[in-house]
Design a protein around this ligand. Structure first.
Ligand code: DXP
Ligand SMILES: NCC(=O)COP(=O)(O)O
Length: 255
């Protein structure tokens, strides 16, 4: 089944720039408002355990001050669960986290961590939060996410973005197959990590994907063209890819 494709704008790296000087500028909440004006369908923010970019106050403000649905990316820890339950974002995406990593290097091993992850999913769902699992494009991970009660999976596109030539085609084929598997088992399927103007097209063309979350590239591009223009450019490429694949042009609103 064809799904309308939403764009979630990840504003983490607005906070990275702010934190370089420790002040208040640039403000991620202002970036979220601009993203809404530029046609974003949601805002994504990753509150890392080490608070290297997004802070607790950012999450509090995002949850209260923006109208777009907030997708909180969080590690499966009691501290993050308490924060999610306090602020009740629209969605929570559980991601793997390693303190020493530069960025999220891979997907969550839901298949091996089922017993540990299931209580987190249960508590978030009971609070009315939509739960997603950030996983590799591996059917076993999707099956495990479904089994522990997640409604959504987000496929990690980092390997696809970093590969070239035949290796990239191989990674794309894995993502296409995983998105089809998600549809079969009744999971809403999202994708993201490392997507750029050069890599977004083939991903956006996958009809069973419902949402892409994109951040680092948009914030980098904003330095040259401004955030609104960068987001509009991404939205246009997503729409073009869908139209060329014979599908719906854009999002139909809230998830
Ligand atoms: C889970 C994920 O892909 C995003 O959080 C993205 O990684 C941006 O944050 P980092 O650059 O801190 O990984
Ligand atoms: N979950 C992926 C995300 O939110 C954005 O990742 P990136 O575009 O900042 O790499």
């Amino acid at each position: 089944m064809e799904h309308p494709l939403r764009l979630g704008v990840n504003i983490d790296h607005v906070a990275t720039i702010r934190n370089a000087r420790g002040g208040l500028h640039p403000d991620p909440v202002r970036a979220a408002r601009l993203a809404a004006q530029a046609g974003a369908d949601g805002i994504t923010a990753h509150l890392r355990e080490d608070r290297r970019h997004i802070s607790d106050i950012d999450i509090k403000r995002l949850a209260r001050e923006i109208e777009l649905p907030l997708n909180l990316e969080m590690a499966a820890t009691r501290e993050m669960l308490a924060i999610a339950l306090q602020h009740r974002p629209h969605a929570a995406c559980i991601v793997p986290e390693k303190r020493e990593e530069r960025t999220t290097e891979g997907g969550l091993d839901v298949a091996r961590g089922r017993a540990q992850l299931e209580p987190f999913v249960r508590e978030l769902v009971a609070a009315g939060i939509r739960v997603s699992m950030f996983v590799e494009a591996d059917p076993a991970q999707l099956d495990a996410a479904k089994a522990i009660g997640a409604a959504v999976v987000e496929l990690h596109t980092g390997a696809y973005c970093h590969a070239e030539g035949a290796a990239r085609d191989h990674e794309l084929a894995r993502i296409v197959a995983a998105a089809a598997h998600a549809e079969r088992v009744g999971l809403e399927c999202h994708a993201g990590h490392g997507l750029t103007y050069d890599t977004v097209g083939p991903i956006a063309a996958i009809a069973t994907l419902a949402e892409l979350n994109i951040g680092h590239f948009l914030v980098g591009e904003a330095i040259f063209v401004g955030l609104e223009t960068a987001i509009r450019g991404m939205r246009k490429l997503m729409d073009q890819a869908r139209a060329e694949a014979g599908g719906t042009r854009r999002s139909a609103g809230r998830p």
